[in-house]
Ligand binder design. Structure first.
Ligand SMILES: *Cc1c(COP(=O)(O)O)cnc(C)c1O
Length: 501
């Protein structure tokens, strides 16, 4: 199994090259040349395995130049009971609200309390193995732009991993206080964290520019280093996410919620389009999916795109209470376009060129039609997000975070509009305690206490739910990182921190 670039069909790399490089030379993203196909019988045998067993099978089918043992070691090291709290790292909570049934796939039981752990606990294992195959002896410098959760999950995954250095850039006013504290207190000898003046898109663009700057790349090469990426543009981030959609389906079959072969709807609170794209890959491999429901907050560029076929990033940027979705340029959409055009790299390169030069592009009628038949796009503002949290808590006694609430709200809009009651899997992407202020405000009429940790405690007392241990321990953790910089200073900050300026 090899990989092409979305912008150049002549680029062909192995799995380990795709993971080590992160992004293709000409700025395209790596996509599998073909997909393994699973029959219902294959899904039945996946259902007989546990999460790690399912992961090993799927990884094995994609990582052509990895040995079985390498895959097995990586999976066993990543998805442990110690890290995820139980044998199943992605359990489902079933909720019935009126005639709608929701299967809430909780992806946030890992060490940083967001779904990013599902991929970033295994990526360091895949990446170090990839590097030893392709660039033996070189140090990987991992640059990460984050809207909050990726940064912490990447830091936690890569801390003190031999042969790696990791630098995280986050928008100074674009993350929650808990997210900021998680990153500023990060332990490890190979980590740095920098706040940038700008929003997430500025951070992401800044990082992409550094990646493709030949002067900086040459300097790294002289010093026996190379750049790599832990953002969801890296194939090694997406692949682990394919696993939990299959796993959720298997669990639902095993738990008698659906029968083998039944279709499901998949609902995903979306930012960079990584999580929902993973479910699209799962469907193309044989997972029975009826509809993908793409949920956005007020930054509803994807809703408009799905409905009109025009992607237009020139619009007001909103800072919302679901900050991990405050994104106007959804990088992974590029992969979807590649697949919906049956691998037309020229067309994709043209659209991406237009996006950066004119700020928008419009897809062809046939792509638009495919989009509309597969996807439903909807959005939900902050007020309705909090209303949804309150309702779900009061009526179903289920506490969810702001991102998950956006998904639930958009799903309710979808059901209202279409009356489609296909069983729905809703991706729950963060612990409510990561966004304690907005969640507490939603479920409590009392005046809010002043600081973040008092809010966390009050949320716990009020809802009788436990504070996740990794967040509770942050209260007394020491702040290690306070640096802020402008976007144009990012290259210098990187070189300085590597002491090769
Ligand atoms: C990253 C993130 C999202 C968005 O996921 P994408 O893969 O970027 O679409 C949603 N919710 C939370 C909590 C996140 O951390």
């Amino acid at each position: 199994m090899n990989y092409n670039s979305t912008r150049n069909k002549n680029t062909v790399v192995t799995a380990s090259q795709a993971i080590a490089q992160g992004i293709s030379e000409e700025g395209g993203l790596f996509v599998p040349q073909s997909l393994p196909k699973y029959s219902i019988e294959d899904i039945k045998s996946l259902a007989a395995a546990d999460y790690r067993g399912r992961a090993k099978k799927i990884f094995g089918d994609f990582l052509g130049d990895f040995t079985e043992q390498e895959i097995s070691e990586s999976v066993d090291a990543a998805y442990t009971v110690e890290k995820f709290g139980s044998e199943n790292p992605a359990p489902i909570s079933y909720i019935e609200s009126g005639s709608t049934k929701m299967s809430i796939l909780e992806l946030w039981h890992g060490p940083t309390c967001a779904f990013k752990d599902m991929a970033l606990q295994i990526l360091p294992h895949l990446l170090t193995k990839s590097l030893s195959k392709t660039y033996a002896g070189k140090e990987a410098v991992i640059l990460v732009a984050t809207s909050g959760d990726t940064g912490k999950a990447a830091l936690e995954g890569f801390k003190d991993v031999d042969g790696t250095r990791i630098m995280v850039f986050y928008p100074v006013n674009g993350v929650s206080p808990m997210q900021k504290r998680q990153m500023a207190t990060q332990k490890g000898s190979n980590v740095s964290v920098v706040a940038i003046e700008g929003n997430f898109d500025d951070a992401q663009t800044g990082v992409k520019k550094i990646f493709t700057n030949s002067g900086i790349k040459a300097k790294l090469a002289e010093n026996n280093k190379l750049f790599s990426s832990a953002n969801s543009i890296n194939w090694g981030r997406l692949l682990p996410q394919v696993v939990y959609y299959f796993s959720a389906y298997c669990d639902m079959v095993n738990e008698g919620k659906i029968s083998l072969g039944d279709k499901i709807n998949v609902v995903v609170p979306t930012g960079n389009f990584g999580n929902i794209l993973a479910s699209f890959y799962a469907m193309n491999m044989g997972l029975p999916v009826n509809k993908f429901i793409c949920a956005s907050n007020s930054n509803n560029v994807l809703t408009d795109f799905i409905r009109t076929g025009t992607y237009d990033k020139q619009r007001k940027f909103y800072t919302t209470i679901s900050p991990s979705m405050d994104i106007l340029v959804s990088s992974n959409l590029e992969r979807l376009l590649y697949h919906l055009t049956d691998g037309n790299a020229e067309k994709v390169a043209d659209w991406m060129g237009k996006l950066s030069s004119e700020g928008k592009y419009t897809v062809d009628e046939d792509v638009k039609a495919k989009l509309a038949s597969l996807f439903y796009g909807g959005f939900c503002d902050d007020e309705n997000t909090q209303k949804t949290i309150a309702e779900l808590y009061k009526e179903e006694n289920y506490l969810c975070d702001t991102h998950t609430a956006v998904a639930v709200n958009v799903y309710q809009q979808y059901v209202e509009e279409t009356k489609d009651l296909t069983p729905a899997v809703i991706a729950s992407t963060a612990s409510p305690y990561k966004f304690a202020k907005s969640v507490l405000e939603a479920v409590s009429d009392d005046e809010l206490p002043g600081d973040e940790f008092s809010m966390v405690e009050e949320l716990s007392a009020k809802t009788k739910t436990p504070v996740p241990a990794p967040l509770a321990s942050l209260r007394d953790a020491q702040v290690r990182f306070t640096l802020e910089c402008r976007v144009d200073e990012m290259p210098d900050v990187v070189l300085e921190s590597l002491s090769i300026k």
